[in-house]
Design a protein around this ligand. Structure first.
Ligand SMILES: [Zn+2]
Length: 358
């Protein structure tokens, strides 16, 4: 064998070993990219999911990738589908500031504000560009209106690449809401076990057992359900109300997210799952029979008996035209926070306490 051939063989071996080492360590060396945010392992990157113009205007959804130094699962945390549920948006902003990629095992995708136009124009519930609810049109369509195009890209760029998901909400501008989470009981035992542990780890003391979500991945409607119908554990949590950013609401959402990350072993440290939470078997909604002015008589979280007077509606001349009564016995999870009342609008949501904890 010639010397140069031996040298060539040696070089090949060195390269092959280097390649193998590179490959095995590669998962952590590769960048993790969502939209224009691309983070190397141990780094945090910011960017946008660019929703191109279609039948209506383009929009850019901010996104942050915290790509942990160590391997682990991918957790997506989404907020602001309703752009005036401020406490949830601010909670994700806090997580963006505080999560340290050097400490994290796995990757966190943070989407603090899906519905930028709702936030900027202070329009509750809907995307003012097309009048659609940004938590009802999933999985979206690449050629639909802005809400559908945005939903499509969130499905592709955020939900499909994640292993676990938390969708954050709260009382909107017109909603006085008691913090709670939803436990989605899908009937898939593996999924239900993990989401059950996730809601307990998250720690809110009121939990709605949600059995009503569609099982069709092509008509998943909600952010959490888009993950669930794709086999990924997902929960929805709600805190905050009526345009406020109360520290206790923001803290509950931040602490809950950190505890779920500890449960998933993405962060070091221990957590205590909430003990003996109040479980609700269903939520019954009361609606107004009239246009007029709403006067509440109880606060959120009040325990009420079916038929109890919770508020009243007057016409614009002060004459009472309707008593708002509890549609069922349970806990007021939400009561209208503003005087504006339209026929058919929600006056109150009452949670029916489950007779047995699941
Ligand atoms: Zn919401």
């Amino acid at each position: 064998m010639s010397r140069s051939f031996v040298r060539l063989v040696k070089m090949f071996l060195v390269l092959a070993v280097a390649g193998f080492v590179g490959l095995t360590a590669g998962a952590r060396q590769n960048n993790f990219t969502v939209g224009t945010a691309s983070a190397a392992a141990g780094e945090k990157a910011t960017g946008y999911i660019n929703v191109p113009a279609g039948v209506d205007a383009a929009t850019n959804i901010p996104v942050v990738v915290v790509h942990g130094a160590k391997p682990g699962p991918v957790l997506a945390i989404v907020a602001g589908s309703h752009g005036t549920e401020y406490a949830s948006i601010i909670a994700v902003e806090r997580l963006i500031q505080h999560l340290d990629a050097k400490e994290i095992s796995g990757t966190v995708i943070l989407v603090p504000l899906v519905n930028v136009n709702s936030f900027e124009q202070k329009v509750p519930h809907l995307n003012p560009v097309d009048g659609k609810n940004m938590n009802r049109m999933f999985p979206g369509k690449p050629d639909g209106t802005q809400t559908e195009r945005a939903s499509w890209l969130i499905t592709k760029e955020v939900i499909e690449p994640c292993n676990y998901l938390i969708d954050m909400h709260g009382g909107d501008l017109d909603e006085s809401l008691q913090p709670y989470s939803y436990w989605p009981k899908t009937g898939d035992e593996k999924l239900d076990t993990v989401t059950h542990e996730m809601v307990l780890a998250f720690g809110l003391g009121h939990i709605i057992i949600d059995t009503g979500r569609t099982k069709d991945p092509d008509d998943s409607r909600y952010v959490d359900n888009t993950a669930l119908t794709r086999g990924k554990p997902a929960i929805t949590v709600e805190a905050g109300y009526a345009g406020t950013v109360q520290p206790e609401d923001v803290n509950a959402l931040v602490r809950g997210s950190v505890n779920v990350m500890r449960y998933l072993k993405m962060l070091p440290g221990t957590f205590t799952p909430v003990e003996n939470p109040v479980w609700f078997s269903k939520v019954v909604t009361g609606t107004s029979a009239h246009d007029g002015i709403f006067y509440p008589l109880v606060e959120k979280r009040t325990f009420v008996q079916q038929g109890m007077k919770l508020g009243y509606i007057t016409d614009f001349f002060g004459k009472t035209i309707e008593d708002v009564r509890a549609p069922v016995t349970g806990v007021v999870l939400y009561i209208c926070a503003v005087p504006s009342m339209k026929k058919g609008n929600t006056t109150v949501d009452v949670g029916v306490v489950a007779t047995q904890a699941p």
